[in-house]
Design a protein around this ligand. Structure first.
Ligand code: IMP
Length: 502
């Protein structure tokens, strides 16, 4: 006879936290949101940790290199989507690893035999007034000079004038050498009253510009997540089909942590993928696996050697897996059961395998709930898709700004490997939708507000760290009537225009 789980499976919105005692030290400023990403032995430190418990979803509409940089600056990790060619994905990873805050690869470049008219056209196209003059007209060619608005006057010069005749030549430029730190570059900029400073290598090849205006925004990011070489930390999604080719390319590009991206992770394909990593790289390459929703699934992946386990089937905002296939489980129940299995496994083996709650975060407080239920971090798709940094278009619909967002199992994502068990044959039906989400502005502002809320609730629970929250949290299931009570009720919300009655 089939197995029946006891009780009903629940979602986050069906739970609330009951406050515990908070001492005078228990204030949001004292909260640490540091959390492990990869497994570790009792008494040892995890190889990968994050400064905030948030990762961005392995999705075309969410995690590219731009998102990864923005999130690493805030202390989290993006898993660059795998639904693209190996080369393109590896190039995205490499761009994150090569990125240096404040060091900008020149986007306006020209050759010296071009004309003033070409400069004006370029300025019109890029919107930038600083143009690098290089021997081959590329961003990393030999730097021969720089043109800014101070070098020409359109009213007094012929538009045919050659760039070489009015540029500030290299010999007269103030520049800095490769290896200059952002702080040093900034000092040079201030000492010489410059607007920009070119950084060149020993062969006079242009590497970057440092701009005066950028310094303020780059100097303080106390949570930024850096590797041992001070590069941003980045993750990447892999699948159970082309891993023999994809994983080496991503490792070579510098990915810090990988994750097998699949809607259903309790499978031999995942074990084979992890085995490949262990045989080729031992423990030096970190790889998470998933998704699972119960104890059995977790134990399978933990024993297969996963560095972390992702939890969740069918709870994502764009997900129609439950409707289409009838598989899944309420996200809260899944997290609670898997967290219990993780703790038992730790008790038995001395190995702590972090778990990630993936999908279904609608309100910021759901993040706190997931952590309280035992998740070490959460993965979010819809949340991040709303920001400037997501790779999708911003559109205006009836006067409201929206961003596009689509599931990896939608036709739009071309049914890449996520929804395929790994054997032969592709997907013949959709498991996700293509939609819009309300545009919400820059990642930084949103994440910082979300984390303020998380920290504040943690204080209400008397917890200054995530492990402390997991021990101290008191959770209660709520009835549907009390969910209504939780919002504004029995009041008439003010409309934009109300007429005063005298
Ligand atoms: P969200 O944060 O609620 O939007 O959920 C994001 C999560 O949904 C992802 O991390 C995936 O686990 C899952 N997901 C992504 N694409 C699809 C899809 O097309 N169908 C079902 N689930 C999806």
């Amino acid at each position: 006879m089939a197995y029946f789980y006891e009780g009903t499976s629940h979602t986050f919105s069906e739970y609330l936290l009951v406050p515990g005692y908070s001492s005078a030290e228990c204030i949001p400023d004292n909260v640490s949101l540091k959390t492990p990403v990869t497994k570790f032995k009792k008494g040892e430190e995890p190889a990968v940790t994050m400064n905030i418990p948030m990762v961005s979803a392995i999705m075309q509409s969410v995690s590219d290199d731009k998102m990864a940089i923005a999130l690493a600056i805030e202390g989290g990790i993006s898993f660059i989507y795998g639904a693209q060619t190996v080369e393109d994905q590896a190039a995205m990873v490499k761009r994150v690893k090569d990125y240096k805050a404040g060091f900008v690869v020149s986007s306006s470049n020209i050759q010296p035999d071009k004309t003033l008219q070409d400069i004006l056209d370029l300025k019109e196209k890029t919107g930038h007034s600083t143009v690098a003059v290089t021997d081959d007209g590329t961003a990393h060619g030999k730097l021969l000079g720089v043109v800014t608005g101070r070098d020409y006057r359109v009213s007094r010069m012929s538009l045919d004038t050659k760039v070489s005749e009015f540029m500030t030549p290299f010999e007269k430029l103030i520049y800095a050498d490769k290896g200059t730190s952002l702080k040093e570059a900034n000092n040079i900029i201030w000492d010489h009253k410059l607007n920009s400073l070119p950084i060149v290598d020993e062969n006079q090849k242009l590497l970057y510009f440092v701009f005066r205006k950028d310094y303020a925004s780059h100097k303080e990011n106390p949570r930024e997540l850096l590797d041992a070489k001070k590069r941003y930390v980045v993750g990447a999604g892999v699948n159970t089909r082309d891993y023999e080719k994809r994983i080496p390319a991503l490792v070579e590009a510098g990915a810090d942590v990988l994750c097998i991206d699949s809607s259903e992770g309790f499978s031999e394909w995942q074990k084979r993928t992890i085995d490949f990593v262990r045989e080729k790289y031992g423990d030096t390459v970190k790889i998470g696996a998933g998704n699972v929703v119960d104890r059995e699934g977790f134990l399978f992946l933990a024993e297969a050697g996963a560095d972390f386990v992702k939890v969740g089937i069918g709870g994502g905002s764009i997900c129609i897996t439950r409707e289409t296939k009838g598989i899944g489980r309420g996200q809260a129940t899944a997290v609670i059961e898997v967290a219990k299995a993780r703790d038992e496994y730790y008790e038995k083996t001395g190995i702590y395998v972090p778990i990630c709650s993936d999908g279904g975060i609608v309100y910021d407080y759901h993040i706190t709930l997931a952590l309280a239920m035992g998740a070490d971090f959460v993965m979010l798709g819809r949340y991040f898709s709303r920001f400037d940094e997501s790779p999708t278009n911003k559109v205006n619909i009836n006067g409201n700004y929206m961003k596009e967002y689509w599931g990896e199992g939608s036709n739009r994502a071309r049914n890449w490997q996520r929804y395929d068990l790994g054997g032969k044959g592709g997907l013949s039906f959709e498991e996700g939708v293509d939609c819009y989400v309300p545009y919400a502005g820059p990642l930084k502002d949103n994440v910082s507000l979300t984390l303020k809320k998380v920290s504040s609730t943690m204080c209400n629970c008397g917890a200054l760290t995530i492990p402390e929250l997991q021990k101290k949290a008191k959770l209660t299931l709520v009835s549907s009537t009390s969910i209504v009570e939780g919002g504004a009720h029995d009041v008439l919300l003010k409309e934009k225009t109300a007429t005063t009655v005298k």
